[in-house]
Design a protein around this ligand. Structure first.
Ligand code: BG6
Length: 487
């Protein structure tokens, strides 16, 4: 299904996200024919630019992304427009009215408008109010939808307040909270793997699963984003949103059908079942870390506090590991070990399902563990590990692997996360967007960790290029387990 005819208004059009992700995503959709000619993009920001200046900037960005050239590029760029608006001044939003009228007219987009807030979060409450002051939120003439980028709030209280602000002017069905992890093919594949195979689902519970690891490792540091990251840390940047969404996909109950309501009901339900963390739980089950300078392959890598925009005495965590549990029938007693960090040895996002061992050891030596490794990125795929007989005398078991590589299925026109999510928003399909109850369940769960961290959370050092502080190894070793070290 193609996108519905519409005008996409991007607030924060001069920002990084617009030229790095949003415009390339729209271009890709255009190129593969998922956007018809009936669309326009109106970039909005404070900077004074005209349509041609904006087109030129976006053209350059698309050429840099090495995706675009020739006639298609020119045709796509002719759909781009720009309007300078002082985004904190309500009266200035009046300038959008004639522009939108003109674009809806020209492209026959029937008033359908998708607002994308790709601005600093301080404007997330302001923009809806200013749009409403000019009636730009009403659905009398065409639909109006609003996409909110992360972070959705800074903690439980601010997330609730933001929701109240947005809900004053937009109804929940108009709000699309984007979490780009939900747009990843392989995160969606978790659902297909679980719910379309009679093989796995019967084993997917406390009777057969020993524990689950979820890893979101990055080898890069904070790069140019030190200023933003220092106010956020791994907990808010990766865990509260992306990794908890992945956890929900792993742990949720099957929805009766895949549509926005039933899917999101199940996601919210499982997130509400996360075992609430007492102060004692946080103390015993959480490890925070910060990378310090080290030599990687003969090159000295900066420590976090030496990064641009980061205060020299910062205690922001660039690593976190947490053991958590889900209080429901399916998962009672199964630990979920979740970790994420910057400047780890490699970039990998994966889920590892560790199955219980056989009840009685028949052979003399310990059998290899049965695990299912679901690789979300890169080298997307699934690997099943189990024991088979080592050829030769005796009955020695060795670990073997059955591997599936996602690339073997994919066609070259695979949609990236932003392609997929923008297309869904333009189709009015909110299945892969976070609903208000799920976002608040995540914040509710994370809040005791934030409180603990603010008061007495210790942040351990780890050398850049290693798998985090040794305390994280001790955390999982308490139950005799070890973290997998993916390469
Ligand atoms: C973003 C975070 O949301 O996700 C970044 O702000 C992080 O810090 C990024 O690097 C990771 O996304 P991906 O798709 O590269 O795993």
């Amino acid at each position: 299904v193609n996108a519905e005819n519409n005008c996409i208004v991007i607030f924060g059009a001069s920002g990084d996200l617009t030229h790095r992700k949003l415009i390339p995503a729209l271009y890709n959709l255009y190129q593969i024919g998922r956007l018809t000619e009936h669309f326009s993009v109106l970039g909005v920001a404070r900077t004074e630019l005209n349509d041609e200046d904006f087109r030129q900037k976006m053209r350059e960005a698309l050429i840099r992304s090495e995706k675009a050239e020739g006639e298609t590029l020119e045709k796509f760029c002719s759909h781009l427009y720009y309007q300078a608006v002082n985004t904190s001044d309500s009266t200035d939003y009046g300038k959008l009215i004639p522009r939108l009228d003109e674009l809806h007219d020209k492209y026959q987009t029937c008033g359908n408008t998708l607002y994308y807030m790709s601005t600093p979060p301080s404007l997330y409450g302001v923009i809806p109010e200013c749009l409403a002051a000019h009636g730009l939120n009403t659905e009398e003439y065409g639909w109006k939808r609003i996409i909110v980028e992360k972070p959705f709030g800074y903690d439980s209280k601010t997330a609730k307040a933001l929701d109240v602000q947005i809900h004053r002017f937009f109804e929940e069905h108009q709000i699309y909270r984007i979490d780009h992890y939900l747009g990843k093919e392989t995160v969606q594949n978790l659902l297909v793997l679980r719910f379309s195979n009679g093989l796995f689902e019967p084993l997917w519970n406390r009777n057969f699963i020993d524990y689950i690891e979820i890893t979101g490792a990055e080898s890069i540091g904070v790069e140019e984003r030190g200023g933003y990251y220092d106010g956020s840390g791994a907990m808010r940047d990766m865990f509260q949103n992306h990794l908890l969404q992945v956890l929900a996909m792993v742990a949720m109950e099957p929805p009766a059908i895949i549509n926005a309501d039933s899917m999101r009901d199940e996601v919210a339900k499982v997130l509400h079942c996360l075992h609430p963390l007492s102060e004692e739980d946080v103390k015993n089950n959480l490890v925070l870390g910060q990378y310090v300078s080290s030599d990687i392959h003969g090159e000295t890598v900066k420590g976090y506090t030496q990064e641009k925009g980061v205060p020299a005495d910062s205690t922001t965590e660039t690593y976190m590991a947490l053991r958590c549990e889900i209080d429901n029938w399916r998962w009672a007693g199964v630990p979920f070990y979740v970790r994420t960090g910057k400047r780890l040895p490699t970039r990998v996002t994966e889920v590892v399902i560790h199955f219980k061992t056989t009840p009685h050891p028949v052979f003399s030596q310990k059998a290899p563990e049965n695990k299912l490794i679901i690789r979300i990125q890169p080298d997307e795929g699934i690997s099943m590990r189990f024991g088979l007989k080592k050829p030769g005398a005796g009955f020695e078991a060795k670990e073997v692997s059955m591997d599936f590589r996602y690339a073997d299925l994919a066609t070259p026109s695979l949609l990236s996360a932003y392609d997929r999510l923008l297309l869904d928003a333009m189709k009015g399909d909110a299945t892969l967007f976070a609903r208000t109850d799920a976002v608040h369940a995540c914040w509710k769960f994370v809040q005791p960790i934030l409180d603990y961290k603010a008061e007495r959370g210790r942040v351990y050092e780890y050398e850049a290029g290693t798998w985090g502080p040794t305390e994280a190894d001790k955390l999982i070793a308490k139950t005799g387990r070890v973290w997998r070290k993916p390469s």
